[in-house]
Design a protein around this ligand. Structure first.
Ligand code: SF4
Ligand SMILES: [Zn+2]
Length: 374
């Protein structure tokens, strides 16, 4: 359970008063007596203070709840299984980027140093990642068998940069045709810097925001001439200083043109890696940061090229074709389906951080999460 503490709090446990700085706190607990009742109780505002976490919850706002089954194969778990899983989940959270352990919290009946962790920024770790990471070699083997990694093609860095700007909010065939018309007339910074914006507008029409893009790409060409001797820089910090260039565009140039280690995260990569359960992030920029932690570098190049194709053909934004997907059984989207169903029965559950990956609920999926106490 992730909660955000907007103002500092103080509470006593273990015989001492502890101060909690503002930030995000991830608390790991188990729900042997029933997940819906336990989580529902934590989410209610008028709660009786029974555990230490209750006092913290009274001062904070729950922004996310993640679930991990104590056993992948059983719906009835022993207390021992559940305790082991709870501690394993705490150890997984301890390894998330930015985790600061809060010693001695929620671990009075186990040997863990803590079950509570503070994060200075929104945590983007996924509890399901430990189930997906061992599958990554097979996932990328299958992706490689179905889709070409066109990040490996030779490209001119300047043209890759300009084409990426043209592609924003524009269909691929429209972008390809516009880039071809533009590069037939102006294929270098020198040629584009001196071009008339009205002429460039006509060449790139009908890409999205063609008027603004015409002015923007001419300005990029001028700045390349003025600041970089007409060369397109390979450093991300330098690329990001160019007008209209964000992390996605900068990483695309680094990966597709310079063939450097970079992860280009667009809407497809963001949505699909969230559906796999590899990350749990709100934005493509957060996904990029998290993938740097959990995705082995050999997959940084193909991840964009292959997931864009997969996202267009199979793992579509709405109505993914899981039934015919060659990754079914490797990705943990079914766990998100079950989570979405729980959202229907537990009042006040926050939505999955990445709304673009949210599954359509499947009736009955929540039943698999119901755990009976023994
Ligand atoms: S199984 Fe479904 S969610 Fe997973 S990658 Fe395939 S289409 Fe996407
Ligand atoms: Zn523990």
């Amino acid at each position: 359970m992730t909660l955000r503490l907007a103002r500092p709090a103080a509470l006593a446990y273990g015989g001492t008063k502890h101060r909690f700085a503002t930030g995000w706190y991830v608390y790991v607990g188990s729900a042997l007596g029933g997940l819906e009742a336990r989580v529902g109780r934590h989410l209610r505002t008028s709660r009786v203070r029974h555990w230490h976490i209750d006092a913290l919850l009274a001062n904070g706002e729950v922004v996310d709840v993640q679930f991990m089954r104590a056993s992948q194969h059983e719906t009835r778990n022993t207390k021992q299984e559940t305790d082991l899983s709870e501690c394993a989940a705490a150890a997984a959270v301890a390894a998330w980027r930015g985790a600061e352990p809060v010693p001695g919290f929620g671990c009075s009946d186990c040997k863990c140093p803590t079950h509570l962790f503070r994060f200075p920024a929104t945590p983007t770790g996924s509890l399901l990642a430990s189930g997906v990471r061992p599958q990554l070699d097979e996932i990328f083997r299958r992706l490689g068998a179905h889709y070409e990694n066109h990040a490996l093609w030779d490209r001119d860095p300047f043209q890759a940069l300009i084409k990426c700007i043209l592609s924003l909010r524009t269909q691929d065939p429209v972008t390809d045709a516009a880039a071809e018309r533009l590069f037939a007339v102006a294929r270098t910074p020198q040629q584009l810097a001196g071009a008339d914006p009205a002429v460039v507008e006509k060449l790139i029409f009908p890409v999205g925001m063609f008027r603004r893009k015409a002015v923007g790409i001419i300005e990029i060409a001028r700045q390349l001439l003025a600041r970089f001797d007409g060369e397109t820089p390979a450093e991300i910090d330098e690329l990001l200083t160019l007008p209209g260039v964000g992390r996605k565009t900068a990483n695309l140039v680094r990966s597709f043109a310079f063939h450097l280690d970079a992860i280009c995260v667009d809407t497809h990569v963001h949505r699909i890696t969230n559906r796999w359960g590899l990350v749990r992030s709100r934005t493509p920029d957060e996904t990029e940061c998290e993938l740097r932690e959990v995705l082995p570098p050999e997959y940084w190049s193909p991840v964009n090229a292959q997931l864009v194709q997969h996202g267009q053909q199979i793992c579509r934004p709405i109505g993914p074709r899981c039934g015919g997907c060659f990754l079914a059984g490797l990705c943990l989207y079914p766990e998100l389906l079950a989570e979405e169903e729980l959202r229907r029965v537990i009042p006040g559950m926050p939505p999955h951080p990445s709304l673009s990956c949210r599954p359509a609920a499947r009736p009955g999926a929540a039943a698999r999460w119901r755990v009976k106490a023994r």
